[in-house]
Design a protein around this ligand. Structure first.
Ligand SMILES: Cc1cc2nc3c(=O)[nH]c(=O)nc-3n(C[C@H](O)[C@H](O)[C@H](O)COP(=O)(O)O)c2cc1C
Length: 208
């Protein structure tokens, strides 16, 4: 249950603010393994991406921001598809490593031992070991400056079967997910409550 200190109205306290240089301090964000290639003459590749987010629910869409100098950029531009693979703690090392090495020089699947598996709706591989795989088709790309934002429609989602409960509900909290915050990786901690907990009436003992 949520500790009392986290419940209810916030008590006003004096807070001193300091101006900080404008930059990318949005946190936490996920750090995901984006797979691409395996088609159009490109070998399969992996790039670690922290600047990703859901952007539309109908149609389901997400975005990734990629620097044009990345080897993966040319692959995604040419193939117009990629897969977002959400890593768990077991893939934390590989996630960092794939963000340090370029597919120009190394075969990241072979070096990490991650398995390129058949996707269902796109041609690039998904990462078998990652608990969630989101297959995407690019709809638009926006050159924003240092990064190009790929806006993509979700064509299919694969989840590891052991994350589904008896009712077929996705229990992602069992996956041991990672978060990335201003240069550091974190393991997600305890749950503080489900969506809408702040307005849910608590069930008192003995009440019907
Ligand atoms: C945690 C983490 C997050 C990253 N996020 C991004 C990102 O959002 N966009 C990007 O272009 N590069 C990002 N990078 C850097 C690329 O993953 C890195 O340059 C990689 O080596 C590119 O691989 P490639 O040349 O095979 O495409 C990130 C790296 C790490 C470690």
């Amino acid at each position: 249950m949520m500790p009392k200190s986290l419940r209810g109205r916030i008590k006003p306290k004096p807070v001193e603010k300091k101006s900080f240089k404008p930059g990318n301090v949005l946190a936490p964000v996920p750090a995901v393994l984006v797979s691409c290639g395996g088609t159009h003459g490109f070998k399969p590749n992996l790039i670690t991406i922290a600047w990703t987010g859901s952007i539309c629910s109908d149609p389901p869409m997400l975005s990734i921001a990629v620097r044009p100098e990345r080897y993966s950029y040319g692959i995604i531009q040419a193939t117009q598809e990629f897969a977002v693979n959400i890593p768990s703690l077991a893939q934390a090392y590989a996630t960092d490593w794939c963000g340090m090495k370029s597919g120009r020089n190394v075969d990241k699947f072979a070096e990490t031992g991650l398995t390129p598996a058949q996707s269902s709706k796109v041609q690039c591989p998904i990462v078998l070991e990652c608990p969630v795989n989101i297959e995407c088709r690019v709809q638009q790309s926006l050159n924003l400056g240092s990064h190009t934002l790929f806006l993509a429609e979700v064509a299919a989602v694969q989840v590891s079967a052991d994350l589904l409960d008896a009712k077929g509900k996705l229990r992602l909290e069992k996956a041991g997910l990672l978060a990335f915050a201003v240069g550091q990786y974190f393991a997600l901690g305890r749950s503080l409550g489900r969506f809408g907990f702040s307005v849910k009436k608590s069930k008192k003992k003995g009440s019907r």
